[in-house]
Design a binder for this molecule. Structure first.
Ligand code: SF4
Length: 229
């Protein structure tokens, strides 16, 4: 039985994109207060084995062959890099000559074993949601010992050696990183990481939107400021 799950194929920049979740339940090294998947019962940053994935790989291979898929986007319930078969999954997709995009929160991109895996992908998405050490611990509740400083430097060093497309996703959160000082700090981080593409987003989940969502006008202002650098 396959436990991968899929979204409907959609078109992005003229390419048919298939999003796949490879984790049976949430596994992440953070436990963000606004996580749309819920609490992290399994806060983890080392690889973990799940059920046999042979039938899941066969199903994924069949979908790629039978549908017009031009990019596979591994967007999982948490941090996909902790799946111990992530290499096999990427290798299967690449063997079908389809490019791979992988979403990571970005923290693990500083570790050798994960750098090698990420380097196999054509596109990597790294993220940032907090802009002070205090907020990082308070709202993203990472594994003990993690720091915002290390988080950013992990993405900076990763992208220095990465040959693919690094996409940097910044989430603007009301009351946490929407003031001028934060925007200035984010600009500096963008310069340090030097991504190929920047995505600015905000809280869209209905549950968190009311408290942490940012108004259209301010969001537009911040987006323009960040996208213009
Ligand atoms: S990094 Fe993403 S998946 Fe992990 S807890 Fe935070 S919002 Fe959820």
């Amino acid at each position: 039985m396959s436990y991968f799950s899929y979204k409907d194929i959609y078109i992005e920049d003229g390419r048919g994109v298939l999003e796949v979740n490879i984790l049976p339940e949430k596994h992440c090294n953070f436990d963000c207060i606004f996580c749309p998947i819920g609490r992290s019962q399994n806060k983890v940053d080392t690889q973990k084995s799940f059920d046999k994935i042979d039938s899941s790989l066969i199903e994924l291979g069949n979908i790629i062959e039978n549908k017009k898929v031009e990019l596979i986007f591994i967007n999982s319930k948490g941090e996909a890099l902790v799946h111990d078969k992530i290499r096999d999954i990427i290798d299967l997709i690449k063997s079908k000559r389809v490019p791979v995009r992988l979403l990571s929160n970005g923290y693990l991109l500083g570790r050798d074993e994960y750098i090698q895996i990420a380097n196999k992908c054509d596109e990597i998405i790294g993220e940032i949601k907090s802009i002070s050490e205090e907020d990082f611990q308070k709202i993203q509740r990472p594994i003990a010992g993690y720091t915002l400083k290390e988080y950013i430097s992990n993405m900076v060093s990763f992208n220095k050696q990465y040959k693919g497309k690094f996409i940097f996703e910044i989430t603007i959160i009301k009351g946490y990183n929407d003031d001028e000082e934060s925007i200035h700090k984010i600009k500096n981080i963008i310069k340090e990481i030097s991504p190929d593409k920047i995505i600015i987003t905000r809280m869209e989940d209905e549950i968190f939107k009311k408290k942490l969502g940012i108004a259209d006008e301010r969001f537009k202002e911040i987006s323009n400021a960040l996208l213009s650098i």
